[in-house]
Design a protein around this ligand. Structure first.
Ligand code: FAD
Length: 362
């Protein structure tokens, strides 16, 4: 075992960004990424990135590539179920296809670093660091980073019994070829539908509506077209031209709060540390900010990983908590959009934008 071996559980956004960031920083850590999936890939259509995430990507050394692959999102609106504008929004977001994001990050990781088809099943502290348990056998390392998403095995080993609950609705996502769509979200009846234009004639769309957990429809697109049949015209147009092969459906889950993110040479980042609902599109952004900070702490300090991990948790907990609260508040507004409408009368769009940017934008 090399003294400087770092095992990263999970080659999603957070894990790949950490490995890319360490390499970009010229760090002496040698990374091994283990992912249970059989190969690189990503469902979910696209993702929107706020300025803080772009700054993190710059620090990782891939900001220019992402800006070239992505599409700057123009001014948009939040509308009520009847089409009335509740709020006009102009925030500097970049929309990028998820597949392109993970490919760019993967392209910056040292070749041969990622081992797909390898599930992490647990870990144990050892005198020299940590023993990572996998289906293929144990692996000794100096440190372990759990970047294994909201169902994180590493988090569950840190806090056995970590519970999760269904939020009450699934999220559908995909791409559409409908022409002339502007960015919008429509909120009403506890449902939402949103569109973010991309390039090459495609837009990203997402939808939520309350349904029992674990459900599936024989044809998810047909199901959504029926459910949103009397919603405003751009919603119906986006669904009419949606590309069937890009549609995904996931139950949205709430997980218990993780009381600590670190245990000596073990740390969790991204959704593994702080999963949040999709409202405001912050989970991936915060995962990127985590990865850039942890890469710089590990590369710079020369200190033990435990010291770097403790510094990471101390720097990130408060900010992430603030963002998660804002995301929850946005989720409540989807359930009661009239509140937003009343707020709109009191708080002008530019003031709302300033507050939003202060909380989640930087
Ligand atoms: C509908 C929806 C829309 C969203 N939109 C946005 C958005 O616009 N902007 C935004 O910033 N965020 C958005 N998010 C959130 C974002 O997708 C997540 O926060 C982000 O993917 C978290 O990245 P991660 O790397 O921490 O976890 P993940 O992306 O979940 O990656 C975890 C990786 O770990 C692997 N893994 C899991 N368990 C194991 C194991 N035991 N052993 C080995 N490997 C394992 C998985 O295969 C996966 O590759 C959205 C989420 C949803 C549901």
């Amino acid at each position: 075992m090399a003294d400087e071996q770092l095992v990263i559980a999970g080659a999603g956004i957070a894990g790949l960004a950490l490995a890319a960031g360490l390499r970009n920083a010229g760090s002496s850590w040698s990374c091994v990424l283990l992912d249970e999936r059989p190969a690189l890939g990503s469902t979910g259509g696209a993702i929107t990135l706020w300025p803080a995430a772009l700054a993190a990507l710059d620090r990782i050394g891939v900001g220019a590539d992402l800006r070239a692959a992505g599409h700057a999102v123009g001014p948009g609106s939040i509308r009520a179920r009847d089409g009335r504008v509740l709020r006009r929004l102009d925030v500097p977001l970049l929309a990028v296809r998820r597949g392109e994001l993970v490919e760019i990050l993967h392209g910056r990781v040292a070749p041969g670093t990622v081992s797909f088809g390898t599930a992490v099943t647990g870990h144990e502290r050892t005198s020299g660091g940590v023993r990572v348990l996998t289906a293929a056998g144990p692996l000794d390392a100096a440190a372990l980073v759990g970047a294994d998403g909201y169902r994180s095995q590493v988090a569950r080993t840190l806090q056995p019994g970590l519970g999760e609950r269904y939020a009450g609705y699934p999220a559908w996502r995909g791409l559409t070829r409908a022409d002339g769509l502007e960015p919008f979200q429509v909120w009403g009846e506890g449902r939402e539908f949103g569109v973010v234009p991309l390039d090459r004639g495609e837009s990203y769309w997402f939808a939520t509506l309350p349904e029992p957990a674990g459900g599936t429809a024989p044809d998810e697109l047909a199901h959504l077209r029926t459910a949103f049949a009397d919603w405003p015209e751009p919603v119906r147009r986006a669904l009419a031209a949606a590309e069937p092969g890009t549609v995904s459906r996931n139950d949205v889950m709430d997980r218990d709060r993780l009381r600590r993110w670190t245990d000596g040479p073990v740390v969790v980042i991204g959704d593994a540390a702080h999963p949040m609902r999709p409202n405001l599109g912050q989970g991936g952004c915060q995962a990127l900010v985590d990865a850039a900070l942890l890469a710089s702490l590990l590369a710079a300090t020369g200190a033990s990983p435990a010291v770097a991990f403790a510094a990471f948790e101390a720097r990130r907990r408060r900010t992430v908590g603030r963002v998660a609260r804002a995301s929850r508040a946005a989720g409540r507004a989807v359930e009661a959009p009239e509140v937003l409408h009343r707020l709109s009368a009191l708080v002008p769009d530019p003031v709302f934008r300033r507050v939003l940017m202060r909380v989640v934008g930087s």
